[in-house]
Ligand binder design. Structure first.
Ligand SMILES: [Zn+2]
Length: 252
């Protein structure tokens, strides 16, 4: 066992250099120089900014302290027993499934009070499939699908909707629909990466060019169109989709 000043031995074993030496290469206005003793306005300013940042962080930490995860764990287990799954809970709380899982299994011993509050606020009766959650993440997935060339009608059909348009509210959607959209998104996006024969797409593209649409215009309508306007033998199903969709839009 080594006896000595622990500070000194820590510096030695970790290969840290004394602060004065570290600060020498720093410009004024770097907090290291303040710590090494410089009190010029720039270094004082750097230190003040740091102190303020620490004070803000402390305040945030006091408002949202770390608490034991026991209450949250018990609540997640009670919700699970009442049939509320981790995925539903994740959508409703906006806490990742991995985090919820770790809390539930006791792998996470602590969590932030705000996170605990969100979990404890969940009620099994309200988390039935019909419960409403923020629609923004769902619409982001739909927008990604539209961008990839899937039509609203195709998305509506994929969701099992029979009517004309896509029937989803902009503000709130049910947990059931949020989950359906997520699954459809993952499936269609995986489909979109498949390679398909480009011949039909090349025909449609040529028709648009023959109609007088300029390449720049078409590139704006269709993501991933080659500069040359000539397609390789195989293209992604997503690109083929987009070409078909643009053709439909521009020729009707
Ligand atoms: Zn200075």
């Amino acid at each position: 066992m080594q006896i000595g000043t622990p500070h000194r031995s820590a510096i030695e074993t970790r290969g840290l250099r004394p602060i004065g030496e570290l600060a020498r290469n720093r410009p004024h206005g770097d907090r290291l120089r303040y710590m090494a003793g410089c009190r010029c306005p720039a270094c004082r300013g750097a230190n003040t900014a740091y102190e303020r940042m620490r004070a803000r962080a402390r305040k945030a930490g006091e408002a949202n302290p770390i608490v034991p995860a026991d209450a949250a764990r018990a609540h997640i287990q009670a919700l699970a027993a009442a049939g509320v799954g981790r995925r539903t809970l994740s959508i409703a709380t906006d806490i990742t499934e991995a985090t919820l899982w770790a809390i539930k299994r006791g792998e996470r011993a602590n969590l932030r009070r705000a996170t605990e509050k969100k979990i404890l606020a969940m009620r099994a009766d309200l988390l039935a499939d019909g419960a409403l959650v923020d629609a923004a993440p769902t619409w982001a997935l739909i927008d990604a699908l539209l961008k990839a060339g899937f039509t609203k009608l195709a998305i509506a059909r994929g969701l099992g909707q029979q009517g004309g348009g896509l029937q989803l509210r902009r503000t709130r959607v049910t947990v059931r629909n949020a989950e359906k959209v997520r699954r459809l998104h993952d499936k269609l996006m995986a489909d979109a990466e498949r390679l398909v024969d480009a011949t039909p797409s090349a025909v449609l593209l040529q028709e648009l060019l023959d109609e007088g649409y300029l390449p720049q215009r078409l590139k704006r309508e269709i993501d991933g169109l080659p500069e040359s306007m000539s397609l390789p033998k195989k293209i992604s199903a997503g690109l083929a989709n987009q070409i078909a969709e643009a053709h439909r839009r521009l020729t009707q």
